[in-house]
Design a protein around this ligand. Sequence first.
Ligand code: IMP
Length: 428
Amino acid sequence: MPGTVIVGTQWGDEGKGRFTDLLCEDMSMVVRYQGGHNAGHTIIADGHTLALQLVPSGILYRHVTPVIGNGVVVDPAVLIAECDMLEGKGIDTSRLKLSGNAHLIMPYHQELDKVTERFLGKNKLGTTKRGIGPSYADKATRVGIRVQDLLDEKIFSAKLDLALREKNGVLAKVYNRLPMKASEIFTRYRSYLERLEPMIADTVELIHETLERNENVLFEGAQATFLDLDQGTYPYVTSSNPVAGGACTGAGVGPRHINRIIGVAKAYVTRVGSGPFPTDLFDEVSDLLVDRGGEYGTNTGRRRRPGWLDAVMLRHAVRLNSLTELALTKLDVLAPLTELKICVAYEDESGRRYDHVPYHQSVLHKVKPVYETLPGWGAEIGEVARFEDLPAAARDYVAAIESLAGVPVTFCSVGPARGQTVVMPAAA
Ligand code: IMP
């Protein structure tokens, strides 16, 4: 079965978009299976720097059908603005398909995301305030409004009235906010239909037709393994399932439709927002990683927290996603460092060693990383095109990651541009 999943192995921002873009050459379809416009990926191609939030990376390829699957939550205004931005750069968006079963992000979701974060004070999650969590919450409590509901004004109006009855109560009585007007939201959302209707499709049917023709389908995860609602560092997670299994529910395929699962790992780690982070760094290396890596959110502009590569997490990500391989990004960022550290285990306060990610939050929040130190290579590598031309210390660093993770590294990125990718001999 020609299904490939691409998934982040850390806390997001690993640079998945560039590999999605690279793999697109061989794909007929690229499907986003979860998340919303909390995601942000940057693709640098043909002189364009494209910051995408909702539209799958495959949009740049005329032979690819980009699909927003049922597992995604969609803010229609953002989707339309993104299509306008792409069209403005001469990129055709007419092939884009949007699942009629995807849930909508409504104005009250965004408002609730903001006020609940404020309400949580120092316990806030550090969400992107895009309404992602509240929209998924409504999906789970079965009061969500789906893309297909927009097509029928009676259904849309009835569902909106029902939702607002409860949301306005909460906004006014709990958070002291002004109630929202159904008529305004109704008119605004119905006005999006003109643009959305041509995209709305039975995406499950389309995906299966493509798979049955034996054509390749790429399932593109947003966020990452440790932001997964079930497997991540709860509650400091997003509200969907980025792990590879999420591709099944979020796109409507079974596990046997997937035969290749690529985990994208940054050569170090970053995290935005709150939550445990065993290899979190606060020294001068941290500034170097942020500066050289441009570690500021594509979406929110927030400074990302940087840390050394964590092989304990990586091994766990291999298991949680059944990874067949790893793609390593931003190896070039490490160039000036004379020594590099990899976290190979954790130790708790009593000195107990963990070779796996401990399930208990009280343990995970307090563990200290156990590091192995490797020599740096002290040279820029942005021009390197072949693995064998990387400095020996860089090759050793990659080999150490392979050995600690237990799966091969098949791609390495050595700079932000499309061409700055080293394809490993095994994958070439
Ligand atoms: P939410 O997804 O906006 O609810 O935010 C929940 C957590 O996930 C916060 O810590 C966010 O910073 C994080 N998050 C959400 N999307 C991304 C992403 O695309 N990259 C990195 N972190 C993200």
